[in-house]
Design a protein around this ligand. Structure first.
Ligand code: ARG
Length: 723
């Protein structure tokens, strides 16, 4: 989830001088050679920078996949087999599940290629190359331009650079800004559109510990699932087709059976979504007091309503599983972030950094623009404080609350366009397809309850002049009876059922659309959204200019520190070491967990902690095969101090020799403030030990044909782990 406040910063170096144990930084692969390779090699990397990232020869980057733009995957066979998290494959697994064939509960394994399942809309993008285009863009951005003018100029240049880079190729691309519009890079991809589900463990393995253990260590979750990328016969991206064949990748990761020990080198390649490491102290205050608690209060309500319906009906449970899981994920995230921003005293740390910045800015008259940047930001925050809550309501209770309004908005535009359509039959087909997708998940009773509950909160908790106009109508012409509005929407709108749409299609009465209450609610929400956007132009100007100058100035004020850019869903590499930590006084957390802990947490009365029978049988027989460690234990998860965030889910954890040792899937509770300030001593990446993944595939699921595809590596002798 994206915070709406454009965020910003961090500097761990002020507080703890640069040391080999500080591992902040999501680095751009093309800059590794210049910025990081020496330190990485000194800490256990046995590869060259070219073996990590090269545009002329195969390198590790060729095995890294942006999965659907929301997660990461890694290719682990020469036949396009891809590994990612269970929670990344969750929606795909759900989409193939029914009450009779419940793959969420029981797991799914394709025993042949024919049994692999297609997933319309799911993509796998592999980076072809990236390029620093900062100079090209900056040459066109003039001092007297507003931030909005700069952005539109940059976009124009970016679009033409993408066109040039992709013309007459199978490629697609985009340009992104870095360091708050101070640098620009171009990215070119091959994006594959036929990505099939190969396997997934039952949720009692893949989601073991549920929301209770989410964002926590010690952890015992087999959070993995597998897909296969298909391409045309030449290996190029192609729409889904039975003619497609498994992709032969330029590179696939070998899989190590050697496991990890404290201090081992680790690197994580992936597509982290967003961090706010330059966020100012004022921004932190707004997050703690306004933004975060509002998200939490709305989601709490949403989750309670969904859970009640899901517990009562299996079909509803499956239909809403993915929506529920992602809602719960960031509900808990924002609780944790607020708690840890306070505990880790992040605001005070930022104030120290801001003081350093101001000293630098005030030391020279030529830096007056820089000197004003923090004031600009303070002004912007005080102007937004007043409507942060209403913006969160608009997002969380409106646009992503009940699902009907967004569907109504999108479908409404498609229906309206039919009036002047030149390809009526085709357009009608896409409309029916879109409706089909929507209604496969839509639960009318739950959605109605969500609408009533969330819109009530909205009417009650937000000043009337910041509410959508439709609520004024409820007060004025419906005697304040929100239920009357909700019933009209859910009983009579063309957007409330597939049947209603089909019957509209028969005579296509375009006039009826403007009176449709579902459509009117949607329009009212969206108009409020655009109104807020317009109203915010002045604030955005201050916010963007403030952060652009502050970020640039801070890098100049601290020339000894090598800053890494915030995450922005582009390919990054972060390196670190495996290591335990001390979450609080007198408490020590080991760096690995084992299957013993799975059994210790077992609670048959709690759906989050049910252990499947077959796993118990294997455990009782200690039947771990080649996946046991040197002590005969089966390791489940491990932690390292790599710097990751949402979007990195599914990322490979790679050892110093370039072999896969784990799959990253989470962060730890004590460092939930980490997207805003990296916590050197506390912050950890939680990963599934690859041997647990292989054990589940092989011993638990009997899908050993998948193991046979992989390139397994095992050293003969390994020191014994200290117990
Ligand atoms: N917190 C993890 C992330 O955002 C997701 C973990 C999914 N597991 C769960 N129990 N919800 O990447």
């Amino acid at each position: 989830m994206k915070r709406f406040v454009v965020g910003i910063v961090t500097i761990s170096l002020i507080l703890s001088s640069a040391s080999a144990s500080a591992h902040e930084g999501m680095w751009l692969p093309m800059l590794i050679k210049r910025l990081n390779i020496t330190e990485m090699q000194a800490n256990g990397l046995n590869l060259t920078a070219e073996e990590l990232y090269d545009i002329n020869n195969a390198s590790i980057k060729d095995a890294i996949v942006s999965l659907g733009g929301f997660c990461t995957g890694e290719i682990i066979s020469d036949q396009g087999l891809m590994l990612t998290n269970h929670h990344c494959g969750y929606d795909a697994i759900r989409s193939h599940s029914t009450v009779e064939n419940d793959y969420l509960t029981d797991g799914f394994w394709a025993m042949t290629r024919e049994e692999e399942r297609t997933n319309p809309g799911l993509t796998a993008a592999i980076l072809v190359r990236m390029e620093d285009v900062t100079d090209i863009v900056m040459a066109e951005l003039k001092e007297d331009m507003t931030e909005a003018q700069r952005a539109s100029k940059a976009k124009e240049i970016g679009d033409s650079l993408v066109t040039i880079a992709t013309e007459n190729t199978s490629y697609n691309g985009y340009m992104r800004s870095f360091f708050h519009n101070n640098e620009y890079y171009l990215f070119v991809f091959n994006t594959y559109k036929d990505v099939r589900l190969v396997g997934a463990p039952p949720s009692s393995v893949g989601k073991y510990g549920g929301d209770t253990d989410n964002w926590m260590w010690p952890r015992h979750t087999g959070d993995f699932s597998m897909f296969r990328i298909y391409a045309d016969a030449e290996g190029n991206p192609s729409d889904m087709s039975p003619e497609n064949v498994p992709l032969t990748p330029k590179h696939h990761l070998p899989v190590s059976l050697n496991g990890v020990q404290e201090g081992d080198f680790t690197m994580v390649f992936g597509f982290p979504g967003s961090t706010d490491r330059f966020l100012t102290s004022t921004g932190i205050e707004q997050a703690i007091n306004l933004f975060n608690p509002t998200v939490v209060e709305i989601r709490e309500q949403k989750l309670a309503i969904m859970k009640q319906a899901m517990d009562a009906d299996d079909a509803v449970r499956i239909a809403l599983a993915s929506n529920y899981a992602s809602t719960a994920n960031y509900w808990k995230y924002f609780i944790g972030q607020t708690e840890q921003l306070k505990k880790n005293r992040v605001k005070a740390k930022k104030e120290t950094i801001e003081a350093t910045y101001l000293n630098w800015a005030n030391a020279d008259e030529g830096r007056s623009d820089y000197a004003g940047a923090l004031d600009l930001l303070d002004e912007a925050y005080s102007l937004t404080d007043e409507n942060v809550k209403s913006q969160v309501y608009l997002q969380e209770a409106g646009i992503r609350g009940a699902s009907l309004p967004l569907y109504a908005y999108r479908l409404g535009r498609m229906l309206g366009a039919l009036e002047s359509s030149e390809e009526l039959e085709d357009d009608k087909l896409s409309i029916l397809q879109y409706a089909e997708d929507h209604f496969s998940e839509f639960q009318p009773d739950v959605d109605r309850k969500l609408a009533y509950a969330l819109w009530s909160m909205w009417m009650e908790n937000i000043p009337e002049n910041q509410q959508p106009a439709i609520f004024a109508e409820v007060r004025d012409s419906m005697q304040g009876d929100l239920a009357a509005l909700v019933n009209e929407v859910y009983d009579n709108s063309v957007y409330s059922s597939k049947a209603a749409l089909e019957s509209w299609m028969e005579n296509m009465d375009f006039e009826s659309l403007s009176d449709d209450m579902g459509g009117r609610v949607a329009t009212s929400f969206i108009m409020t959204y655009f109104g807020v956007q317009r109203g915010n132009a002045e604030v955005r100007e201050k916010m963007e200019k403030g952060y652009r100058l502050f970020t640039d100035g801070l890098r100049k004020a601290m020339p000894e520190k090598v800053f890494a850019p915030d995450a922005n869903s582009t390919l990054r590499l972060t390196w670190g070491v495996v290591g335990s930590y001390d979450p609080q006084d007198a408490v020590h957390y080991d760096y690995i967990t084992s299957i013993d802990g799975v059994m210790q947490k077992e609670d048959a009365s709690n759906s989050e902690f049910v252990v499947p029978e077959r796993l118990k049988t294997l455990y009782n027989a200690k039947d771990y095969g080649q996946y046991a460690d040197e002590n005969g234990d089966l390791i489940v998860n491990f932690i390292s101090n790599n710097d990751i965030t949402g979007g990195n889910s599914g990322s490979p954890v790679i050892n110093g020799d370039g072999a896969l040792i784990g799959t990253a899937f989470d962060g730890n509770w004590e460092a939930m403030s980490g997207d805003i300030f990296f916590e050197d001593k506390l912050q950890r990446t939680i990963s599934v030990d690859i041997r647990y993944t292989l054990f589940i595939i092989d011993k638990y699921a009997g899908a050993s044909h998948l193991i046979d595809e992989m390139t397994l590596v095992k050293k003969k002798k390994r020191r014994k782990r200290r117990k």
